[in-house]
Write a protein that binds this ligand. Structure first.
Ligand code: KIV
Ligand code: ZN
Length: 512
């Protein structure tokens, strides 16, 4: 029998640390449900001490997730651990993940602590967490640059104190696959009580080696990998879940372990995370990029037609491609609509939200006849945004364009419940629409990115617009979808403004 490789997904925590990727409670719940459907073992839902919002989000995830373990992050401080335990209380199965840096540079410059103080604080934190659960993970932050003997001392002591998972983070993405794998092997061999804990890895992608380092660690005895959907995460991101999982599955000749994931959910999860965070997936991204299974060259196409294995090492349908079928049309009823959403892992808590989504679906089906799964995901995001207590809402938009004339936009917004109206001219209809919105909101933000993608194939596809704005140094992404791309653009801009105006401060786990 093969060993089990535990998949610990941190999209909702480390992934959320990507500038602009912050998620609301409802968005986290949607992603958590999709991860549970994919049979991810552990979902790190957030850092509960970071803000009231993050606390509520972790608690809400703990309430709805039944099959995966829900984890919360905590620094090695009593107040963090107590807060994490409180948020995780409703979970069927919970884990507290506590961490403290062990590298000389972090101890000296960031913590201003002596190694012995770090050792004692780590032991204390694990014991404190054990008061709440017997599922405790400890991470020696920046382990990839820590001194080996000190690392061994800390790990041995925290296992004695009750840590059941030891996670070795390459926090700054500095390590190389061969040496990182050897490090894991040596830790397991040299630490006398290493058999009492699962060894895990958490690799960052600063040199593009996060997946390589993680897999090398697995070959040397790690049995948990921390990863994120689409490789989202702090700076250059974390190891991409889909790449780790599919490598282990595809190279069974090399790996002696496997995951229990339902890989057919991968593309759906990737799409959902991209839609919610506004981080597009590059077309040549492994596994989930639009071109990952596309063969352009005639020689390749010929080979694949004769025998798929000539150029393909995985089947597209095994990771969830080709399941994006035409689901519903304008004659489909409410029940069919609800059932398809449930199959996609989407459920509404309130019946009125389902009704609102259904009437949007009817409008969309009238315009575009064939409604695909990706359309439904975008439609649900839109409905949730609209029914939430966002301060700015789009009421109506009218644009005028004519060859040789200056484009104009006329917009009505509801701002804090009051309708306001404005006209503006611009270099193009989108520019005019944004100027009209700004004339009412006066946000003073800078537009950093504007991109339009089609959600599905075909000229009648909905356009999905991503905008990234910088408001007083805070980066936020906004997303909007519509069959009309000017409307999609206005929705995306308003979505970003709403996020930027949410002033709730959140702490960053590694910068305190
Ligand atoms: O990168 C890192 O070191 C982390 C820890 C909190 C595990 O994210
Ligand atoms: Zn990290």
């Amino acid at each position: 029998m093969q060993d089990k490789l535990i998949i610990f997904d941190t999209t909702l925590r480390d992934g959320e640390q990507s500038p602009g990727a912050s998620m609301t409670k409802d968005e986290k719940i949607r992603i958590a449900k999709a991860l549970e459907k994919m049979r991810v073992d552990i979902i790190e839902a957030g850092f509960p001490i970071a803000s009231q919002g993050d606390f509520e989000a972790v608690k809400a995830v703990a309430e709805v997730i039944k099959d995966s373990t829900v984890c919360g992050l905590a620094r090695a401080l009593d107040k963090d651990i107590d807060r994490a335990a409180e948020a995780l209380k409703p979970a069927n199965s919970m884990r507290i993940h506590t961490f403290l840096a062990t590298s000389p540079i972090h101890m000296r410059e960031k913590l201003r602590m002596e190694p012995d103080q770090v050792l004692q604080a780590a032991i204390h934190a694990v014991k404190r967490a054990r008061n709440y659960t017997d599922n405790v993970e400890f991470s020696p932050e920046d382990a990839g640059r820590s001194e080996f003997d000190f690392l061994c001392r800390v790990i041995e002591a925290v296992i004695d104190a009750g840590a059941t998972t030891i996670n070795i983070p390459d926090t700054v993405g500095y390590n190389l696959p061969q040496f990182f794998g050897e490090l894991i092997g040596k830790l397991i061999k040299n630490i006398p009580n290493s058999d009492k804990a699962i060894f895990s890895v958490h690799c960052h992608n600063d040199l593009g080696l996060a997946v390589g380092n993680s897999l090398s660690a697995v070959l040397n005895g790690a049995r948990q990998v921390e990863c994120t959907i689409n490789g989202l995460g702090e700076r250059a991101g974390n190891a991409a879940l889909e790449e780790v999982v599919m490598t282990v599955r595809t190279r069974r000749d090399v790996f002696t372990c496997d995951t229990e994931l339902d890989t057919t959910q991968i593309v759906n999860c990737s799409r959902l995370v991209s839609t919610i965070t506004g981080f597009p997936v590059q077309p040549n991204k492994a596994i989930v990029g639009a071109n990952a299974f596309a063969h352009e060259s005639g020689i390749h196409q010929d080979g694949v037609l004769k025998s798929r294995e000539t150029y393909e090492i995985m089947r597209a349908q095994d990771v969830g491609w080709n399941t994006n079928r035409m689901v519903l049309g304008k004659h489909s009823g409410r029940n069919a609509f609800r059932t398809r959403l449930e199959e996609l892992g989407i459920t509404f808590e309130k019946e009125e939200d389902l009704n609102a989504a259904f009437s949007r679906f009817k409008e969309l089906a009238d315009k575009k006849h064939e409604v695909f799964d990706d359309d439904l995901q975008a439609l649900v995001s839109d409905t949730i945004q609209d029914s939430s207590d966002e301060r700015i809402k789009l009421v109506s938009l009218k644009v005028g364009i004519e060859t040789g004339e200056t484009p104009k936009a006329e917009i009505t917004l509801s701002i804090d419940g009051e309708e306001q109206h404005a006209n503006a001219e611009g270099g193009g209809p989108v520019d005019a629409a944004f100027k009209a919105i700004e004339s009412m909101v006066n946000s003073g933000c800078n537009l950093q990115l504007f991109s339009v993608n089609n959600i599905t194939a075909g000229i009648d596809s909905q356009g999905e617009v991503t905008v990234r704005i910088d408001k007083d140094g805070r980066i936020v992404n906004g997303l909007g979808a519509d069959t009309d791309i000017v409307t999609a653009s206005a929705k995306a801009y308003i979505n970003a403004l709403n996020k930027a105006m949410d002033h709730s401060e959140r702490a960053h786990p590694q910068r305190l």
